[in-house]
Design a protein around this ligand. Structure first.
Ligand SMILES: Cc1ncc(COP(=O)(O)O)c(C=O)c1O
Length: 396
């Protein structure tokens, strides 16, 4: 007998543009760290909806806010002031370094990166960007121009600006690449999609000095690493570097599409009215959702919890890797953005698929890196059994 999934998959095969890979599960609802599929099976979500559901799926406070705001005002235009947007500016600026004084809201991470690139061009008058190999910054043409992953750029090579990429963590290479044409060096403090690589000590500081000397901006892409994910509000706090521009997304809306770019007053002074905009920029529904996400993170102490729980999960992964040196290596990451190399590439390729049968959603990125980025408030009674089921599969 066919399942609801079979029916959904058959319908989709007829109508959906086939540009994304799918796993054979149709998710119909989520609550906390768990989701349920169309055939009633439950899964623990160790992907956090791709690092997005910071306060869990359908957190009651978030659902209530969205319902209330939807009943009040969903949309207006950039011509008018709205209070949810203003509240979000103030709230967000309250948790980032003081030097960042201005925000602008868009709907996705890639758009935030485009905004950041535009700011860098306006502030410097320059046209070249330097970023890192294995980086990921989104899929718009602007963001693609700074993605250090050939597989994403290759299909669009001919319509994307030529980028300059240097190895992540390599300051000498950055020094050689940054010159008088460089508008900005763009970097993730923790590379996410590229394999969970934490910036080595001194790297961001070094980049700060190099960009300042060259009159270029330092843009930190915190779309994956921000909003408490690494056990600090922003991952940049581990190095206390103050960038010129920071981008945020994912966890900011907790599942409601919203992203942001933030900048210093010096950068803000270089833009003019009309330089940027967007039908949904600062959409009141999205801003109200993000305000509630930030409030819940604050009230529930989720940043500190993420640091503490993440350290224990990392230690668990490190013990696993030490006990099984032919299967896994190099547990790493910060907070609840954790990774570990899987040494059997074939087994890694099927791990997410096999985990489904064990009731766990888990991600393998960069081919062979097990990545964990669950909800910041994932209950431990969900987390540990799901993680151990995945680790068993690594050995199977
Ligand atoms: C570091 C980073 N930057 C940018 C993006 C793009 O965000 P979006 O998919 O919302 O456009 C992502 C998405 O995974 C990301 O991890």
């Amino acid at each position: 007998m066919g399942t609801h999934f079979d029916e959904i998959a058959a319908r989709e095969a007829r109508v959906f543009l086939p540009v994304v890979k799918r796993l054979p599960v149709a998710i119909v609802e989520g609550r906390g760290a768990r989701v349920r599929d169309a055939d009633g099976r439950e899964y623990v979500d160790l992907t956090g909806g791709w690092g997005v559901t910071a306060i869990g799926h359908s957190h009651p406070a978030l659902v209530q806010t969205i319902a209330e705001q939807a009943g009040r005002l969903m949309q207006t235009t950039n011509l008018f002031y709205t209070v949810p947007q203003l509240d979000l500016c103030e709230r967000l600026l309250g948790v980032v370094p003081d030097a960042l004084t201005r925000c602008f809201f868009v709907s996705s991470g890639a758009e935030a990166m485009d905004g950041a690139l535009k700011l860098a061009h306006r502030a410097t008058g320059r046209t070249q960007f330097v970023s890192t190999t294995q980086s990921f910054h989104g899929r718009t043409l602007g963001a693609l121009s700074i993605i250090g992953q050939e597989k994403h750029r290759a299909p669009y090579q001919r319509i994307v600006q030529e980028g300059c990429f240097v190895p992540f963590g390599d300051l000498a290479a950055a020094r050689r690449a940054i010159d008088a044409n460089t508008a900005a060096f763009v970097v993730e403090p923790v590379q996410g999609e590229g394999g969970v690589h934490v910036a080595p000590d001194g790297y961001l500081h070094g980049l700060r000095e190099l960009t300042r000397e060259a009159g270029a901006l330092l843009v930190l892409d915190e779309i994956q690493s921000g909003i408490g994910r690494t056990g600090k509000w922003l991952a940049l706090e581990y190095s206390s570097v103050v960038p010129d521009v920071v981008t945020l997304g994912k966890g900011l809306g907790g599942g409601f599409p919203i992203a942001a770019f933030l900048c210093t007053e010096d950068v803000a002074k270089t833009v003019s009215l009309g330089d940027h905009g967007g039908t949904y920029a600062g959409n009141p529904l999205a801003c109200a959702a993000a305000n509630t996400v930030l409030r819940v993170i604050e009230e529930d102490g989720l940043v500190a919890r993420t640091a503490e729980l993440g350290a224990r999960v990392l230690a668990h992964l490190a013990r696993f890797a030490a006990a099984h040196p032919t299967a896994a290596a190099r547990a790493r990451g910060r907070g609840l953005l954790l990774g570990m190399d899987l040494l059997d590439a074939d087994a890694a390729a099927t791990l997410s698929r096999r985990a489904i049968d064990r009731g766990v959603l888990v991600n393998v990125t960069a081919g062979t890196v097990l990545r964990l980025f669950p909800a910041l408030n994932i209950p431990e009674e969900d987390l540990w059994p799901a993680l151990d089921a995945v680790l068993e599969l690594v050995l199977a």
